[in-house]
Structure formats: C-alpha cells, structure tokens
Design a binder for this molecule. Structure first.
Ligand SMILES: Nc1ncnc2c1ncn2[C@@H]1O[C@H](COP(=O)(O)OP(=O)(O)OP(=O)(O)O)[C@@H](O)[C@H]1O
Ligand SMILES: [Mg+2]
Length: 533
C-alpha cells in the first residue's frame, strides 16, 4: 500500500512552521518513510507532517524499492530491522540501481552500535538516526539532506545548461577545437576542426595531432619535441602561435593561427585544448596589402625623386653659373700658363702655382657636380648615422646658388656637441633644402630680406635633433594650418605645391615631426625633428 500524505500547510505541533516560500520550494520533494512498525510510521508522519513534503510510506523493503522506482523520492528514511529484506539490503539495491542511486538514505534504527552505523554508511547511506529519536533531530537531519538534494539538483541543472551551451558553442564556433591527451592523441574534435582538416569526427579521434602539425616554413610534420604543443603538454604553459601549418587528411596543407591551453587536473596535466583558425584568406589579404603598400611606397619614392629632380631643375641655371666660375678661372690660368711656356726663361715656380690653382678650381667644379649627382640619385632607403650639422652645412652650400639669385643670405646657428642622427641623408637633405628654398622665396623682395634666413640645429630631450628654418618673409597664408602639408597646396603662381607634402612624408617615415609656427617678428618658422642615432 502506498500512502501519500500531502502535508502542505498542515499544522505541526513539534516545530516552527516553514514560511510559505519554503513550502513552495518543497512541493516536489518526496520523502519515503520505511518501517515495519505502524506506530513508528505514525510518529514519523506526525514529525514531518505540515512541513511541505510529500510523505510516502512503505512497511517493508520490497515495497520500499517499488515505491522508490515509481515515485523517485528525494530521501528515504529507512528502518534496518524489517521482515524480508532488511534496510541494509534495500539501501545497497538503491545505490546499485543507476536510476535510484541519487536518492539520499538516512537509516533510522534501534540499533545504536557504532559498527551498525558504519555498516549503514558503507552501504551508501548519508546519515544515521538512532531510535528512539527526537523530532527536532529528525527534522534537522532531513532538512540538511534535502538542502543538499536541492543544491545537487540545482547544480545538475546548471551543469546540463552549461554542457548544452558548451556544445552549442563548440558546434557553432568558426575556430577548430581539438582536445588531446597527454601524448597528443585527439580525444575530441569540433565540427569546424573536422571541416578544416577534412576528416569526419570519428577518424580524427585517436589520431596523433603531432603528425598533423607542420614545422615552421616547411610542409612536413615537425619533430614533436620542437612543437609548441609539446611544450604545453610537458610544461603546462599556454602558448599561441601565428602562421603555423596544418596537414589535412588528404595530405594538403593550410596555414593556421594556433593556441594551446593545458588541461590540468589536481596539479597534473591531463591534456591540452588546441584552438586554431584557417588563415588562408587572411594571408592572401596580407599579401595583397603588402603588394599594394609596396606599390604605394614605389610611387612615393618616385614622387620624392621627381620632387628632388624638379628642385635641381629649378636651380639648374644657378648651378651652371656656379660651375662656370671655376671653369672660367681654369681657362684663365691655362692661358697664362701657355703664355709663360713660350717665354725662353719661363718661371717654373710660377707655372707650378698656376697649375695647382687649376687643380683647385677643377676640384671645386667637381665638388659642385658631385653634390648635385648625389642629391639626384635614386633612393635606396638606407639609414646612416650622420652628423646633422655637417648635413645642414652641405645643403646650405647647395642652396647658396639660389641665395644669390634671391639676394637673401643664409646664416647658420649650429648647436655644439649635437649627437649624430640616424637618417636617410639624401632624403633629409631634400627636406632641409625645400625649407630653405621656401624661406628664401618668401623673403625675396621683402623689406626684412637683409636679415637673411637662419638655419638652427638643436638637441631635443635626448632622443631627437630639431632643425629650424627661420625667415622674415611675407608669412604664412590664413589657411596654412589646414592645408600646408596637403599635396598641391601652393600660393605661388608657378609653384607645384608638392615640396612640403613630400617633406612631411619623409619626416614621418623617419619617426620625426615636421611642423611650422608663425614667426612673432614676421615671417615663418618651419622645423623638423629626426631621431638621434
Ligand atoms: N617659409 C614660408 N613662408 C611662407 N609660406 C610658406 C613657406 N613655406 C611654405 N609656404 C607655403 O606653403 C606652400 C606649399 O609649399 P611647397 O614647398 O609644398 O610648394 P611650393 O613651394 O608652393 O611649390 P613647389 O612644389 O615648387 O615647392 C607654399 O606655396 C607657401 O604658400
Ligand atoms: Mg617649395
């Protein structure tokens, strides 16, 4: 016979009543009371009645098992000494049945020997109450077990939820996930891992993942000791690796980004999780980008070179004049030499001096030409450690051709003990020349042109050298702040407006800054910085 006593809200004389919210929580909690003695059952019923549990009763072991199967109670209060199968056997059978093993068992018995208690606990009971019992003790112990039961149920439900969302996550992830054991054999592969490696879940399981990981820059599996996975499995370190290679089931390979995370249980490494992404497309895009950047760089180089050639073109007549001077001098000295030669008593010492002057002038012309040649040569992008003062002095010499044309002098104020800089000298010369030429152009026909252009070098905070070109010219246009460094911005009728934009890009590539200020005394100050070597 099964007696179900729905005891909600019934009054219990023995203890405080639970509050209604607790009762609601207990609605599904069934407690099976098993005793062959009707009086004992009655007492138990009275004790637990009114506390919101569903109470079931059984008078012998066989019935208890049958009811347990049918009703799946949370807890069984089990008498030991009963006719037929005793309480120990009931408990043993409950614990051996996977469907019933989670039911908590509390023994209730007149036996009060420690050995009986131990035996009871060994068969799988969670608690033991000796008869005759105190109602409060029964209630407290029952409550304890039910609390555990509730927590276990909540935990199991949460676990199921987490497992389900884990599963969903693994199935929908675009990254491939392998779990491997300590020797690197696959124990789990998610659908993306199967798709990418071209295997079905089954034939990937138990495969040696080491045989699928390629060594850097080659299409063969790497020796396992040299792989990042080996290190993760041996040393328990998390590792990530960009652009490794992976072998598909059909023998083809594909590039991947990997991460290896060790799985540790009780301080021992039991395997690793390998997450990887096929980066074929990323690599392809990178290559396209690298190529495009290369092309942009090539165009920039061409523009920079063109701009240099153009400056030289503009300065060509000045250079012609410059070279012409030593040539004229050479010509003059040569004629004097010839005349001296036709004299009977020619003066050897005089001839020697004239010839050495010819050589000096030839050297001067040669220097001018070699400066021009080195300035217009194609860029080869190499950084050199350079004395910045020397570079400025050289470039000012080149600019002096224009200085004469513009009737503007160039003055130098070079810092002593200036540290060397690491730059592409030709490109930085190009910047300095552009700034000096712009400054001279701005001062042409201006009242303050006698002051000349001042070129200064200074050290800034240990890591940069600053070059300032200060003029007292017509000053900057109102829209200069907005547009000065944009290509084709010019206020000159015959200007191209590419000089400063090229300078800006050169200085940026060097990691420096090109900028300007309005000179408080009138005119402009343009400055740039380059890194100390
Ligand atoms: N020192 C300066 N004083 C006043 N304005 C300046 C100065 N330097 C540059 N600018 C302004 O910046 C503009 C752009 O200069 P940029 O050197 O790029 O081109 P440009 O000199 O006009 O022509 P080009 O390409 O032939 O050099 C100039 O037209 C001028 O308006
Ligand atoms: Mg210019």
């Amino acid at each position: 016979m099964i007696l179900v006593v729905d005891s909600q809200y019934q009054k219990d004389a023995h203890s405080e009543q639970p509050v209604p919210s607790e009762l609601a929580e207990r609605k599904d909690e069934k407690i099976l009371l098993v005793d062959d003695n009707p009086t004992n059952l009655q007492v138990l019923l009275q004790t637990l009645n009114g506390r919101g549990y569903k109470l079931l009763i059984a008078k012998d072991g066989e019935n208890a098992l049958r009811i347990a199967h049918k009703a799946q109670p949370a807890l069984v209060l089990l008498d030991i000494m009963m006719p037929g199968i005793d309480g120990y056997e009931v408990c043993r059978r409950l614990k051996n049945d996977p469907e019933l093993s989670s039911i908590a068992v509390i023994f209730l018995s007149a036996l009060d020997d420690t050995r009986d208690k131990v035996r009871g606990l060994e068969t799988g009971a969670v608690d033991y109450i000796a008869k005759p019992f105190q109602s409060e003790e029964v209630i407290a112990r029952v409550e304890n077990q039910l609390k555990i039961y509730r927590l276990e149920r909540a935990l199991a439900a949460r676990n199921r939820q987490l497992e389900a969302s884990n599963q969903r996550l693994l199935e929908t992830m675009r990254e491939g996930v392998f779990e491997v054991d300590t020797d690197g054999f696959v124990v789990f592969a998610n659908p993306a891992a199967c798709r990418m490696t071209g295997g079905d879940g089954q034939d990937l399981i138990s495969r040696d993942l080491f045989s699928m990981i390629l060594c850097e820059n080659c299409n063969k599996p790497a020796p396992r000791e040299q792989t990042a996975l080996y290190k993760t499995l041996r040393e328990g370190v998390v590792q990530s690796m960009e652009e490794g290679g992976f072998l598909r089931s059909d023998g083809s390979v594909f590039p991947v980004d990997f991460s290896y995370t060790p799985i540790a249980e009780k301080d021992a490494i039991t395997g690793a999780v390998v997450v990887f992404r096929d980066v074929t497309e990323k690599k392809r895009q990178q290559e396209v980008l690298t190529q495009a950047l290369g092309e942009v760089q090539e165009q920039k180089d061409k523009l920079t070179h063109m701009s240099r050639l153009s400056s030289m073109g503009e300065m060509a007549s000045g250079f012609a004049h410059e070279v012409n001077q030593p040539l004229t001098a050479i010509n003059n000295y040569a004629q004097v030499c010839r005349r001296v030669l036709y004299r009977d008593d020619f003066d050897k010492a005089f001839l020697d001096e004239a010839m050495s002057k010819i050589a000096t002038q030839a050297q001067r012309a040669g220097d001018i030409i070699s400066r021009i040649r080195s300035f217009v040569r194609k860029p080869d992008h190499h950084l050199e450690v350079v004395d910045c003062n020397r570079l400025i002095t050289d470039i000012v010499r080149l600019a002096e051709v224009d200085a004469r044309n513009n009737q503007v002098e160039i003055h130098l104020d070079l810092a002593e003990d200036l540290p060397d800089v690491r730059i592409d000298p030709i490109q930085v010369q190009q910047v300095a020349l552009n700034l000096v030429r712009n400054a001279m152009e701005a001062m042409k026909n201006q009242p303050a042109r006698d002051v000349g252009v001042l070129v200064e070098t200074r050290q800034l905070d240990g890591s940069f050298v600053c070059v300032r070109v200060i003029d007292r010219g017509h000053g900057l246009a109102d829209d200069a702040e907005e547009k000065m460094f944009t290509p084709f911005y010019t206020t000159k009728p015959d200007g191209m407006g590419i000089g400063l934009s090229v300078c800006h890009s050169i200085i940026q590539t060097h990691g420096g800054t090109l900028n300007f200020e309005r000179n408080p005394e009138g005119g402009a100050i343009l400055w740039f910085t380059v890194p100390v070597a």
